[in-house]
Design a protein around this ligand. Structure first.
Ligand SMILES: NC(=O)C1=CN([C@@H]2O[C@H](COP(=O)(O)OP(=O)(O)OC[C@H]3O[C@@H](n4cnc5c(N)ncnc54)[C@H](O)[C@@H]3O)[C@@H](O)[C@H]2O)C=CC1
Ligand SMILES: O=C(O)C(=O)COP(=O)(O)O
Length: 627
């Protein structure tokens, strides 16, 4: 005996409560509009949660509404735009199971019928109230003889229907749950895509954050093979809240942690996590990756990626993205500020004055105009600094191991020594490659001008700190500004460094890229990359993986196969597909020396056994099905 599916309408099939929308329309232009809308919403909620009788709730709302027949057409138009997202994307289910789907709603047939008709639910399977109109077409009441106008009317309604087979109820409210409580329905799915009502959720057999989850649990035809709410995302290190919004709005289950986690903590937390978001502090080691049984992608919500073992990630089929541009401007602005602060000895003056000492002096204070700025590492940050520093009248010299075109009037130095010899300020912007450890050591410090300044906003290990301390103490250098350190704490609290208490040394706690603007931009950039990979397999801009931009696939399944790059895998994949008579409508391959990434788009229906066979192909690292 088949199953029957009983759907609620308001806030389940649509994102909204239709009577609230109607109120917005009818009350337009009235000065007490906001008050009346608030009253209506409150009454709606009281009714849904069963705190007042439904008839009472309906009567009061209709009275406040003052609606007219003519409002119904625009109302339906509006509701059409407000179909719940996962309902709209699973139209096929409604079409295929049309005979088994019912709507039982305490709303009104006048607006429900036209909406659900588009989902192949005919009027005779829609059970709802009907309006009463006066001669002028004003809505003055409702058919009071309808059971759905009474308290717990849904129970009576479903009883009268006397449906055969297992009855499943899908709705957002307690008034839907009561059908299950009364024993007429067999299962109640609390539908939370639009609103989470605790009273319904806590009583439900299953909480369905969307229709994908409901269809998945029942193994029914669906648009997504795996519901997004089952994809777990763990975001560490206090990433900007917009990242949470972006990812949860797309349907993922997102958890936030405001600090970095140690290896042991991460090993504990990473199980079952599909997407991990980190910043510069979290170390992703092979041990962490071994524990990451579900991990598909890591988002570095920063520029640097050496905290991540990129090769191990690749071997595990884990794709890594970063945000290479979002915080560059913020770093540049801080560097500019530090150049001025250092050359004017502002921090020593500031410290003196805070401790009650007035020391007005021009000694050693200089304008930055006409001074030589040496930029080491002429990449995204170095180049921007070059342009802005020239705008302040500085003469820019730069050194890079790669050939980099000079911007403006900047002068390229052939050797680091040339740059160090000529610069009044040296600013380090080389990348976080471990080969850059102690890049500025005793010899390089000796090559700097007497009385020069050193700025490091790149990575702490790039400078040999004991030798720098020596150079500062002996006054070889007149000052330094450091934002990064060889050892940085995982969370806010105590910090110790040999650079503390030195004259004219500005210390900041790795905040070069920590501005609202930069973090906000990263919170869009990285989630977009993550979503593009999870939702369609795109790896454009991945830092450790063959890059591939895929076309949007409509009406097809997409198989993503990651394997070790050894000869013959592609042929094996296609052999398996041929065995199952699968029609390939598109196939894309991208490889690097270690891995191959094959994406195959196929006609709709397929034998599930094919997945097992594809996973069994030797050298397979990961396999995933989309749609
Ligand atoms: N303090 C903070 O909050 C932030 C720090 N950073 C750090 O800033 C640094 C620079 O970032 P981007 O400009 O985006 O990197 P980038 O990759 O665009 O540029 C780095 C440049 O350094 C050059 N380079 C590398 N090693 C070198 C060497 N030994 N000698 C000379 N040149 C060398 C590269 O060829 C490249 O042109 C990175 O280490 C990054 O992690 C980035 C953002 C925020
Ligand atoms: O972007 C980078 O590489 C940085 O150093 C900034 O890191 P953060 O996001 O502040 O941990």
């Amino acid at each position: 005996m088949g199953r029957k599916y009983v759907f609620d309408f308001d806030s389940t099939l649509t994102q909204v409560e239709a009577l609230d929308v109607l109120a917005e329309m009818t009350l337009q232009g009235r000065i007490d509009r906001d008050d009346v809308i608030a009253q209506i919403q409150e009454i709606t909620n009281l009714g849904i949660d069963g705190d007042i009788s439904f008839t009472q709730s309906l009567e009061s709302r209709i009275k406040l509404l003052k609606a007219h027949k003519e409002h119904l057409k625009p109302l339906v138009e509006e509701l059409r735009q407000k179909i719940s997202k996962s309902i709209a994307s699973n139209k096929e289910f409604f079409q295929k199971f049309s005979d088994d789907i019912y709507v039982i709603s305490c709303g009104f047939k006048e607006f429900i019928d036209p909406i659900v008709a588009e989902y192949d639910i005919p009027s005779e399977r829609v059970y709802a109230n009907t309006f009463k109109f006066d001669e002028e077409g004003n809505i003055v009441g409702f058919d009071e003889t309808n059971v759905l106008a009474t308290h717990n009317g849904k129970i009576e309604c479903l009883k009268m229907l006397d449906l055969e087979g297992e009855v499943q109820v899908i709705g957002d409210g307690y008034s839907d749950y009561v059908m299950r409580e009364a024993g007429i329905a067999h299962k109640f799915f609390a539908y939370t895509e639009n609103v989470h009502r605790e009273k319904a959720a806590s009583n439900a057999d299953h909480v369905a954050p969307n229709l994908d989850e409901f269809l998945f649990v029942n193994d029914l035809p669906r648009n997504l093979s795996y519901p997004k709410n089952r994809i777990k995302i763990l975001l560490l290190e206090n990433v900007h809240p917009v990242a949470f919004d972006n990812l949860s709005e797309d349907g993922f289950s997102v958890e936030l942690v405001d600090r970095s986690l140690s290896e042991d903590e991460l090993i504990e937390r990473i199980k079952g996590v599909h997407v991990l978001g980190i910043r510069s502090k979290t170390q992703i080691t092979p041990k962490v990756l071994d524990a990451a049984n579900k991990l598909l992608v890591i988002g570095a919500f920063c520029i640097g990626t050496t905290q991540i073992d990129l090769d191990s990630c690749k071997k595990h089929g884990i794709v890594v993205f970063n945000a290479p541009y979002s915080n560059t401007r913020s770093v540049v602005e801080l560097a500019l500020g530090q150049i001025i602060m250092l050359m004017r000895f502002i921090f020593p003056r500031n410290k003196e004055l805070h401790s009650g000492i007035w020391n007005k002096t021009a000694s050693n204070s200089h304008e930055v105009r006409g001074k030589n700025l040496g930029i080491v590492g002429y990449g995204n940050i170095g180049k921007q600094l070059s342009v802005l520093a020239e705008a302040m009248g500085m003469r820019v010299y730069y050194y890079d191991i790669e050939d980099r075109l000079a911007l403006g009037n900047a002068v390229k130095c052939d050797t680091l020594e040339d740059l160090l010899n000529v610069s009044d300020v040296v600013s380090l912007h080389i990348d976080d490659n471990p080969a850059n450890k102690n890049f500025i050591g005793e010899r390089e410090l000796a090559q700097m001008r007497k009385g020069a300044f050193l700025i490091n906003l790149s990575r702490g290990f790039v400078v040999d700190i004991p030798h720098l301390v020596e150079a500062l103490k002996t006054k070889k250098l007149a000052g330094a500004a450091f934002d990064v350190y060889p050892k940085e704490p995982r969370k806010n609290g105590r910090f110790e460094s040999e650079l503390q208490q030195l004259d004219n040394v500005i210390l900041t706690p790795h905040i070069g890229g920590s501005t609202e603007e930069a973090q906000r931009d990263i919170a869009d950039f990285v989630p977009n990359k993550i979503m593009a990979y999870i939702n369609s397999g795109n790896t454009v801009d991945a830092v450790n993986f063959p890059n591939i931009r895929l076309p949007k696939q409509v009406n097809a399944h997409r198989f993503l196969h990651i394997h070790e790059n050894v000869p013959g895998i592609m042929a094996r994949i296609n052999e398996v597909l041929a065995q199952y008579d699968m029609n390939i409508i598109g196939q894309y391959l991208s490889t690097d020396s270690d891995v191959g990434y094959v994406i195959t788009d196929l006609d709709k229906d397929y034998n599930k056994q094919v997945i097992k066979d594809l996973k069994r192909i030797e050298h397979t690292i990961k396999f995933r099905v989309l749609y």
